[in-house]
Design a protein around this ligand. Structure first.
Ligand code: MEV
Length: 301
């Protein structure tokens, strides 16, 4: 049996703007999905969603990986079992993590000889096939780990701070939110384009703030980024409550992470404020997850 795992991700800066080739900063965080694989008579996929064979309704991402790999490198059957600490559909990259962990598991079981670049790009092709459109960011960061400047794919210094995620538990569709921003941009290009470009500039400035370990300014600019995300219409009441409660409880900065409209927010926090921020996220109706950046991308466990 082989077990591989891959991490979730958060955006410190730049979601939505990155769709228009602006800069973003993304971190792999220490919340993981684990995939166990072993040879079997037929195909079995087991997760908290149920036990199936190839099934695009219940296990679309894993089914797509199973079929694609079988075409390249035929095998009789495998039993795959998935356990995940990453909330699904919440902007933390749960689908990217399951895809890259499954590819990595096959890579080791069948000795396919794929390097990390190939795992990331194969993972991206699976996400595109299932979702229709997907940026390569989630699969890249989940594969490589660390703190990454996008689109340059340059590794940055990890923030030596805690990241506290607040999950609203409100489902949001990335596709719909990306379409909403596109529509706003096509109606008011002269207004929306500069906002997206300002998000990109905040992200570029964030790169040097990370380098200088200036987390007070980094948090301040994350708050600016949040204001700009509100301006392009991807906020919601539930997220605002968690973001403002975190700031009141001492977060250095707090903003949406991912597509918005629900899903998660992320707060940058020093050790002494972890408990207060977690408590306030809970009081404001969210589920707190205290985490930090991990350099460990996809790996064999
Ligand atoms: C979603 O996690 C991030 C977005 O920028 C979409 C994308 O980059 O594909 C909103």
């Amino acid at each position: 049996m082989i077990t591989c795992s891959a991490p979730a991700k958060v955006y410190l800066f730049g979601e939505h703007a990155v769709v228009y080739n602006e800069s973003a900063i993304c971190c792999a965080v220490n919340i993981r999905t684990r995939v166990n694989i072993e040879y079997s008579e037929n195909i079995v996929i087991n997760s908290s969603l149920g036990t199936t064979g190839i099934d695009y309704e219940i296990h679309p991402y894993v089914s797509a990986v199973v079929e694609k790999i079988r075409k390249k490198s035929p095998y009789r059957g495998v039993s795959i079992s998935i356990e995940s600490d990453i909330p699904v559909g919440s902007g933390l990259g749960s689908s990217a993590a399951v895809v890259v962990a499954t590819i990595c598991a096959f890579n080791n079981l069948l000795k396919l000889g794929m390097d990390k670049e190939s795992i990331a790009s194969f993972g991206h092709s699976i996400e595109k096939e299932i979702q229709g459109a997907a940026s390569a960011t989630d699969t890249y960061v989940s594969t490589m780990g660390g703190t990454v400047a996008i689109p340059a794919r340059q590794h940055l210094k990890n923030p030596l701070c805690n990241l506290i995620i607040g999950n609203t538990n409100v489902f949001s569709s990335t596709g719909q939110l990306v379409a909403k921003v596109a529509s706003l941009k096509s109606i008011y290009p002269e207004v929306i384009t500069p906002i997206l470009s300002t998000i990109g500039k905040a992200s570029l400035r964030g790169e040097s703030l990370l380098e200088n370990e200036d987390y007070r300014s980094l948090g301040e600019l994350m708050n600016v980024n949040q204001g700009l995300l509100e301006a392009i219409g991807v906020g919601c009441d539930e997220l605002s409550r968690l973001i403002h409660s975190s700031r009141t409880a001492g977060a250095l900065g707090a903003k949406i992470t991912g597509a918005g409209g629900g899903g998660c927010m992320v707060a940058l926090a020093e050790n002494e404020n972890i408990d207060a921020i977690s408590r306030e996220i809970k009081n404001a109706g969210g589920i707190p997850i205290v985490t930090g950046v991990t350099d460990s991308g996809v790996r064999v466990d």
